[in-house]
Design a protein around this ligand. Structure first.
Ligand code: ATP
Ligand code: MG
Length: 512
């Protein structure tokens, strides 16, 4: 007679989640969702914003309690009461949002909740230091454990969070959009760490919207749609197009909307713009025209963000002249910039732009609040504007009264983008507008950008995604090490000529 226990232990899977259901008020977030993770592999979890990826992982990690369904680890049923319980049982997770205590140092953040103690019961900072150092050395992470974490760049903070997860010696590691703010080198670094962990038998669940990364790093891919499992395939059998089709449920033949904007007269004339505090941009001169979408390309660290921030008055200007419609403007403060018709959508919008306790309505109208006029009409106009945000960028939400914090990460971002579009700016500055946003919603955002251009507004857009720059911009300004390296004009077959891409790459390296 065979022992039932033994046969169960022979499961080829490290983790099996079956028939997982989870509802929130007004939303069925998971509907018979499932996932099977093989040991020593990277399993990508994909789907549109709001498909249920983070929720499924939070059900595994003990943040949410599933309504029904089964979770097996090494063939044995498990159900973690809370993250601590999950960690103690070999499951670690790096979250989409960084939850770090900014005023504490790096090592305290790594060991938070499990500080090593001395014999007399005080915190053993020496051990904490050497242990942190050891983890960082193993992973080749160059960060001082004693540095205050708030003083690190977001990408460094993300690497610390990954090291922290690894420090639990987990058998299952969940990475929820870990590369959203990593540089290319850091992504390579992370992939080396992942390869090393899988070689030790760890199973990694990897959530990302970056198709190329997925196809590069993963063994298996599971695709979800509307809380349901759609498919699980070997990554080798998949193409980008196939993934998109499975994710959105239809073929997406065009990644970019048709361009009908007409580039008109000069709107902004920027001469020798420099910022005050390093790292910053130096001596940048260019013109932005009415109706134009001007791309800003460059390597990470080329100060593209600094250029936008200096133009907007978020960073202090140290020289140069900016004229708008022939009139000098200073944008000394961001309030002044807004009055001058500027809007800036920052790269770190999720960290800096969200009023977590507010509703979607509040978060949508807040930048425009002065424009609503008479109290009687106010409510209706706010409702209408919020509906516009929800419809035009397809925000997935049960209602406009829903708290923004209960939306999926990507949908929170869409609301912030909508907020600034509502201000009807004359100059719209966008920093990585489609980061963390799924393919379908990207199209909607491109459409809105092009609509603004069609109305004669000027748009500047920083992006690390070359296809997107080539797809919707009229010209592309290339930054290199804080300086303007050149501006690439749109050719007749712009976008189809690989030569354009090479020109941009060469310019990006000009002053490096
Ligand atoms: N705490 C919550 N309260 C209410 N609804 C929630 C909560 N958490 C998630 N949801 C809803 O569950 C659905 C799935 O969200 P989830 O965060 O899992 O999406 P996701 O696939 O991770 O998307 P993204 O790519 O944008 O991160 C969404 O409709 C979301 O609004
Ligand atoms: Mg998510």
């Amino acid at each position: 007679m065979s022992e039932p226990m033994e046969t169960r232990n022979e499961s080829p899977f490290l983790l099996e989640m079956t028939d997982i259901d989870k509802s929130f008020p007004g939303v069925k977030a998971l509907d018979h969702a499932r996932l099977q993770l093989r040991p020593g592999t990277v399993h990508a979890l994909m789907g549109e914003n709001g498909a249920g990826k983070s929720t499924l992982m939070k059900c595994l990690f003990g943040i949410y309690t599933r309504d029904s369904g089964q979770v097996l680890m090494n063939g044995k049923p498990v159900s973690f009461a809370n993250p601590r319980d999950a960690l103690d049982n070999g499951v670690a997770m790096v979250h989409q949002e960084l939850n770090q205590v900014l005023r504490r140092n790096v090592m305290e953040n790594v060991w938070l909740g499990r500080f090593p103690t001395t014999r007399i019961g005080t915190v053993d900072t020496k051990k904490m230091y050497t242990d942190t150092k050891a983890v960082f050395e193993k992973l080749e992470i160059d960060v001082d454990p004693k540095q205050i974490i708030g003083s690190l760049s977001v990408s460094k903070r993300q690497m610390v969070e990954i090291a922290k997860a690894v420090s639990y010696d987990a058998k299952i590691l969940v990475l929820d959009e870990p590369t959203s703010s990593l540089t290319e080198d850091e992504v390579d670094h992370l992939f080396r760490i992942m390869n090393r962990l899988t070689a030790e038998g760890v199973g990694i669940i990897y959530i990302s919207h970056k198709m190329d990364e997925i196809l590069r790093i993963s063994d298996d891919v599971t695709i979800m749609r509307d809380g349901q499992w759609v498919a699980t395939k070997n990554a080798k059998e998949l193409t980008k197009e196939e993934i998109i089709r499975l994710m959105v449920g239809r073929d997406m033949t065009n990644q970019f909307p048709p361009k009908n904007n007409k580039v008109g007269e000069v709107l902004l004339d920027v001469q020798n713009l420099s910022g005050m505090y390093e790292p910053t941009c130096h001596d940048v001169s260019f013109q932005l025209h009415k109706g134009e979408v001007l791309g800003v390309a460059g390597l990470v660290g080329s100060r593209r963000t600094e250029l936008l921030n200096t133009l907007f008055g978020y960073f202090t200007r140290n020289g140069g002249k900016v004229e708008m419609n022939g009139k000098a403007i200073n944008n000394v403060t961001t309030a002044e910039a807004r009055k001058n018709g500027f809007a800036l959508i920052t790269e770190e919008r999720r960290a800096t732009g969200i009023f977590a306790e507010g509703s979607i309505l509040f978060n949508s109208v807040i930048a425009n609040i002065d424009s609503y006029g008479k109290p009687l009409l106010k409510g209706r106009k706010m409702d209408k504007d919020t509906d516009w945000v929800i419809d035009s960028i397809k925000v997935k939400t049960p209602s406009k009264k829903t708290h923004i914090k209960s939306l999926s990460g990507g949908n929170q971002q869409k609301v912030i983008i909508g907020r600034w579009l509502l201000t009807q700016p004359d100059v719209l500055l966008l920093d990585e507008p489609t980061r963390g946003i799924d393919v379908g919603a990207k199209y909607e955002i491109y459409q809105l950008i092009l609509n603004l251009a069609e109305q004669g507004k000027g748009v500047m857009m920083v992006s690390s995604e070359m296809p997107e720059l080539l797809g919707i911009c009229d010209r592309i300004l290339v930054m290199s090490n804080g300086k303007l390296a050149g501006i690439v004009e749109r050719g007749k077959d712009f976008g189809d000529i690989p030569g354009e891409q090479e020109t941009i790459m060469a310019l990006a390296a000009k002053y490096v």
